[in-house]
Design a protein around this ligand. Structure first.
Ligand code: K2U
Ligand code: ZN
Length: 170
């Protein structure tokens, strides 16, 4: 397994729409394992493939507590088939936008269909933090980021700051 570099704003790759995975093979499973290692090391509770510069419809997540057994999930070509009526706010962070949090109101529960690491069709009911994380990661697959929930003024200020930092690093 390997820890992969996580790309950050203003990398344009983050803004693309990720493509479907046509075939689940050993390379897909290796990417899943590397993404999980990268997520745990960050630390994070979710990670989309586009965040490690792989624009494919794949996300991993694990919302288990530190003192619990890990419960890793890998969702390939995920599709949300139901969103609950109730919503809940959550202060979201993003590994691709360090040190920025945005309070976002999202549906509190959902049903998602996906392909698992063995290539089998699955359906998952999620609520609480898992529902929030799945929606956050699926936004990544559409090139949507938490700063898109800010006002245009605040979003442009964040982007300008990251662009300035990126110039300074050159
Ligand atoms: O996609 C990412 O950048 C991973 C986020 C996932 C996340 C989505 C919604 C709400 C919270 C997190 C990272 O895990 S951010 C780091 C983190 C870790 C634990 C709890 C909250 C945030
Ligand atoms: Zn994120």
């Amino acid at each position: 397994m390997a820890k992969l570099p996580i790309i950050t704003l203003p990398d344009p790759i983050l803004r693309g729409r990720s493509a479907e995975i046509e075939q689940v093979d050993d390379a897909t499973r290796r990417l899943i394992d590397d993404m999980l290692e990268t997520m745990y090391a960050a630390p994070g509770v979710g990670l989309a493939a586009v965040q490690v510069a792989v624009p494919r419809r794949l996300l991993v997540c694990d919302v288990s507590d530190k003192d619990e057994e890990r419960r890793p999930l890998a969702l390939i070509n995920p599709e949300i088939v139901r969103l609950g009526d109730r919503t809940r706010p959550y202060e979201e962070g993003c590994l691709s936008i360090p040190d920025v949090t945005v309070e976002i109101e999202r549906p509190a529960s959902l049903t998602v269909r996906y392909v698992d690491r063995e290539g089998k069709q699955q359906e998952l009911e999620a609520d609480g933090l898992l529902a929030t994380v799945i929606q956050h990661e699926m936004d990544h697959l559409e090139g949507k980021l938490i700063i898109d929930f800010l006002s245009r003024l605040k979003r442009d200020m964040v982007v300008r700051r990251f662009k300035k930092q990126a110039r300074g690093a050159m």
